[in-house]
Design a protein around this ligand. Structure first.
Ligand code: NAP
Ligand code: G4F
Length: 357
């Protein structure tokens, strides 16, 4: 019998939200998955908890800031597909660290593309581009919408996006940009607004937090589920020709609406009073203030409205999202409720033990 060789995928940013969903997706498809982990940080592998022992998963030390480490990994692995998900991915933080963000997100991508060109030019390359590229261009945004970055994060991602197109045109590399609108999950980092909200809603419900502080409530985003979006990444690399595709749900909601939807999952109705930075969200039943504005959480320059048109991905790739906004938020709140209750139980046990001692 002829032995079949498994396809090899290399993922940068494997310990992030998308990295963990993509790893599971590719392992289920029978790939050998290799991941690059910066600083070999063991505690960052938490999101990979359910696949860490998988025989087809291998982690390598490497850093987007260190070209030699990328060369070493590519030389060792000789991947068929490369998914470049590594990034300093927080838009707000990029205003505090523009140079670092440019180095990881922009130059890091150039380093990886150059390593691929030299060491495995027949591999296929996926770049994690972002709807942030469009800045405040009017919604809905599609592949041909003007790109007007509003943050150091978006500027660095625009450089990376262009380098992918340059590699494609100059060297005929199979390199594609996925221009992804916001996608979330229970594994989302706690600094992003969806997870910050769902975690706070759960903690407020179980009584371990009193109030949720937020910045711009008027910003609108097109929020989908990460599991749907990693499937789209893979679909892009199965095409004969490389190209750029938007993945989006086509629906947008304000941060204010997100807050209402998340509290509704735990049967709390929020009513709003006051304007601008004086705005407050109260529990309709008790009148207690549960949400208030913190001016420090506003960005120097925010993107007001992102809502994507994913017609091209639908028509060419046959991609469409399966999880609705309401189901996404319910899943996130329910998962955070589980954690919040576990933490509360653990705190009670410690307190009892301390009192008994
Ligand atoms: P994430 O959870 O923040 O994950 C980012 C990953 O990059 C982490 O594994 C992180 O590792 C790694 N990383 C950071 N600096 C690195 C470095 N110098 N060298 C190697 N790895 C490094 O982000 P995500 O939400 O999964 O997003 C994945 C990618 O898609 C990112 O490029 C993001 O910018 C882009 N994107 C995301 C969205 C979205 O809505 N989620 C939308 C559009 C585009 P450590 O944690 O160990 O630092
Ligand atoms: O959740 P966010 O931090 O996500 P943002 O800035 O849209 O970026 C995410 O999506 C991009 C794709 O469009 C990715 F490229 C990027 O890597 C990242 O995954 O903020 C969403 C909105 C913003 O307008 C922000 O000003 O929520 C507003 N917001 C209001 N209060 C807040 C808060 N954002 C955060 N993080 N924390 C707040 O307290």
């Amino acid at each position: 019998m002829k032995a079949t060789t498994l396809k090899k995928a290399l993922i940068t940013g494997i310990t992030g939200q998308d990295g963990s969903y993509l790893t599971k997706f590719l392992l289920d498809k029978g790939y050998k998955v290799h991941g690059i982990v910066p600083r070999g940080e063991v505690e960052c592998k938490g999101r990979l908890f359910n696949v860490l022992d998988h025989p087809h998963l291998t982690l390598h030390d490497g850093d987007m800031l260190d070209g030699a480490s990328l060369h070493r990994v590519l030389m060792t692995v000789q991947p068929d597909e490369i998914y470049n998900l590594a990034a300093q991915s927080h838009v707000g933080f990029s205003f505090h660290a523009p140079e670092y963000t440019a180095n990881v997100n922009g130059l890091g991508t150039a380093r990886l593309l150059e390593a691929m060109r030299l060491l495995c030019p027949n591999a296929r390359f996926y770049q994690a581009s972002s709807s942030e590229l469009f800045g405040n261009a009017p919604a809905p945004q599609c592949e041909t919408t003007n790109m007007v970055p509003c943050s150091p994060y978006a500027a660095a991602k625009l450089y990376a996006y262009s380098m992918v197109q340059i590699a494609r045109k100059s060297y005929k590399l199979h390199a594609s940009n996925g221009i992804l609108f916001n996608h979330e999950s229970p594994l989302r980092g706690e600094d992003f607004v969806t997870r910050k909200v769902t975690k706070a809603v759960a903690a407020i419900k179980v009584g371990t937090q009193n109030i949720l502080e937020l910045g711009n409530l008027d910003a609108r985003r097109d929020w989908g589920h990460a599991a749907d979006y990693v499937r789209g990444m893979w679909m892009m690399l199965q095409q004969d020709q490389p190209d750029d595709y938007i993945l989006a749900s086509g629906e947008s909601h304000s941060v204010r609406y997100l807050v209402e939807a998340a509290f509704k999952v735990v049967n709390i109705n929020i009513t709003w009073q006051g304007r601008f930075t004086e705005e407050q969200g109260r529990d309709q039943k008790t009148g207690k203030v549960l949400v208030r504005i913190n001016r420090d959480l506003y960005r120097p320059n925010d993107v007001h409205h992102l809502c994507g048109d994913a017609s091209k991905a639908r028509e060419v790739l046959g991609w469409q999202p399966a999880v609705s906004f309401d189901d996404l938020i319910s899943e996130m709140v329910e998962e955070d409720m589980r954690f919040a209750l576990q933490n509360k139980r653990a705190e009670t046990i410690i307190l009892k033990a301390e009192n008994a001692a």
